[in-house]
Design a protein around this ligand. Structure first.
Ligand SMILES: Cc1ncc(COP(=O)(O)O)c(C=O)c1O
Length: 287
């Protein structure tokens, strides 16, 4: 079965799906995106993803290409047409098509909407059971990573840096040695007393939906979560570490920059959080 994509009002075979060469997303990365997990044909945490999309769009003064209600119909249609049970939906909205000029077009453009699906299997069972390695590098992103912009070149280079170093992810480090986030994940450590630490929200990290859900689940389970900046040194000396994202869930980190974290195996707090998240994931509501 050939996959179907949604492009500006039409459902088309993905292999034939095209965008205009003057789309500002293509020329300037002038657009935003969301990645939403699909579990049992249900879109996981759809509402918070749409809330974050609204925030990204309004920060960049890009209009919605359609109402949230219609967008939900499109997403559900695509999941149905592709008979997608487990995987992800990718949606991208750009400022639209205009002749090339950096400033926003004077004549109003129609925002472009593209949606695709993928049956990605996600990380292996081995990665979850054995944990993964992380490396660090100086943060070289712009000052607003809270906007989920399609401008991801620093993230691409950071992920490639991880691959070249035999790691799963790269954590960005700010000028004060604080860890901000991963190339496509949020960063967490667990320190003495089972205290779970993650960087507070602000302009310098993406407000991960997995991060948000996990905080709720941890608080419901009476686990101690502190939102504060932590440094590379603290991470290297932490008892446990992990990363979160829509596609990596709660992934144990057992090595940072070549140094073993804790026992060098996924820790109990991380395993407990992964179990809580998996339970939440399995319960998501049908559209
Ligand atoms: C830079 C960055 N931080 C964090 C995340 C995690 O966000 P979420 O949990 O919503 O997938 C992502 C996801 O793509 C990301 O790109």
């Amino acid at each position: 079965m050939s996959e179907v994509a949604y492009v500006n009002g039409r459902y088309v075979p993905t292999r034939d799906a095209t965008v205009n060469v003057e789309d500002r997303g293509y020329q300037f990365a002038d657009g935003v995106y969301e990645v939403i997990a699909v579990a049992g044909s249900r879109l996981v945490d759809l509402e918070p993803h749409l809330t974050r999309l609204e925030s990204s769009l309004s920060n960049l003064e890009i209009e919605w290409p359609c109402s949230a209600r219609v967008l939900k119909i499109i997403l559900a249609q695509l999941v149905k047409r592709n008979r997608l049970e487990n995987g992800i939906v990718y949606l991208q909205i750009t400022r639209g098509v205009a002749s090339r000029n950096h400033a926003f077009p004077i004549a109003k453009t129609r925002p472009s909407l593209v949606v695709t699906t993928s049956r990605t299997a996600g990380p292996s069972a081995k990665a979850f059971s054995e944990g993964v390695k992380v490396v660090t590098m100086p943060k070289n992103r712009w000052r607003r990573p809270d906007i989920k912009s399609v401008s991801l070149l620093p993230n691409v280079l950071a992920k490639q840096f991880a691959v070249l170093n035999g790691a799963f992810e790269t954590w960005f480090v700010d000028s004060e040695q604080g860890i901000t986030e991963g190339s496509s994940t949020n960063a967490w450590i667990v320190v003495e007393g089972q205290e779970i630490i993650t960087r507070p929200l602000g302009h310098d990290i993406l407000a991960g939906i997995t991060r948000m859900k996990l905080m709720e689940l941890a608080q419901e389970g009476n686990l101690r979560v502190t939102e504060r900046i932590f440094t590379v040194d603290e991470a290297l000396n932490a008892e446990e570490a992990f990363i979160t994202s829509t596609t990596s869930f709660v992934m144990p980190v057992i090595n940072i920059d070549g140094k073993k974290i804790g026992s060098g195996k996924p820790g109990d707090v991380t395993k407990n959080l992964l179990a809580l998240y998996q339970e939440h994931f399995a319960k998501s509501e049908k559209l």
